[in-house]
Ligand binder design. Sequence first.
Ligand SMILES: NC(=O)c1ccc[n+]([C@@H]2O[C@H](COP(=O)([O-])OP(=O)(O)OC[C@H]3O[C@@H](n4cnc5c(N)ncnc54)[C@H](OP(=O)(O)O)[C@@H]3O)[C@@H](O)[C@H]2O)c1
Length: 256
Amino acid sequence: MFDAMHTPDNVLIVGGSSEIGVEIAKALAKRGSTKFVLAGRSFETMQRAANEISSANPAGATSVSVIYFDVLAENAVSELITSTTAELSTIDMTIFAIGTLGDQAQLETDLKAAQEILEANFSKLAPAIQGIANVMVTQGFGHIVVLSSVAGVRVRRSNYFYGSAKAGLDGFAMALNDAVIKEGVNVTVVRPGFVRTKMTAHLPAAPLSTTAAAVAKATLAATDKQRNSVYVPTAIGVVVNIYRLLPRFIARKVPF
Ligand SMILES: NC(=O)c1ccc[n+]([C@@H]2O[C@H](COP(=O)([O-])OP(=O)(O)OC[C@H]3O[C@@H](n4cnc5c(N)ncnc54)[C@H](OP(=O)(O)O)[C@@H]3O)[C@@H](O)[C@H]2O)c1
């Protein structure tokens, strides 16, 4: 359930080792969320995150469970739902923080890797989101947060596998919102610009870059107001939407 400030009691983080996902969990624990499930591949990282989330709750009354989830695995979605519902009486809020950039140049020739990038960022992730939405529709309430990216607003030559997967995910999540809103379920799509996390550790910082903590803060400001989408920082939304409108022959010359 949610309190009057729209803080959920029970939270599922899919991509439980994601730096942004963990920052959102910590911010929720600080506000009073009490039960968390971290679903992901790296138990060591998730265990460390579980300790951080527990100590973020001022009352110290937080329980954090860790379950295995690889979005590419067979039966991943049904196992996610079974394991999560065994841990949480209701799934009040779910943060989908899975994402993998890949190496664009390699993906253009390694087509198996290219397929996996599309699957992890979109085509196998979307059914997981739908599965959790179905649970929330049955319980009659819930809030889903989907980490999209400005990379999906206008797909660029420099990362068109990742960008096109994010574009698909973003469109899916926005339309899912239309499908479930009348059933008491909200969907908020978060579109960060460049965030310094382990995903981007090998890259030079881009203009208007931000932090995982800032993304967490903006995400909760958006979920509190039950907004459909948010850009982080706000200014990057203005920039990418201008870029989106550029004729292709000009956009092609923009050096990023
Ligand atoms: N960092 C940025 O600049 C940026 C910008 C815009 C949007 N985003 C989005 O924000 C979200 C969180 O990213 P982040 O910055 O926090 O990066 P991160 O720390 O690298 O988190 C990415 C998460 O995705 C998980 N993941 C990747 N492939 C998976 C798979 N097959 N099955 C299960 N989990 C898988 C990773 O698990 P492992 O730890 O096991 O690899 C990790 O938990 C992602 O959706 C990302 O696309 C990030």
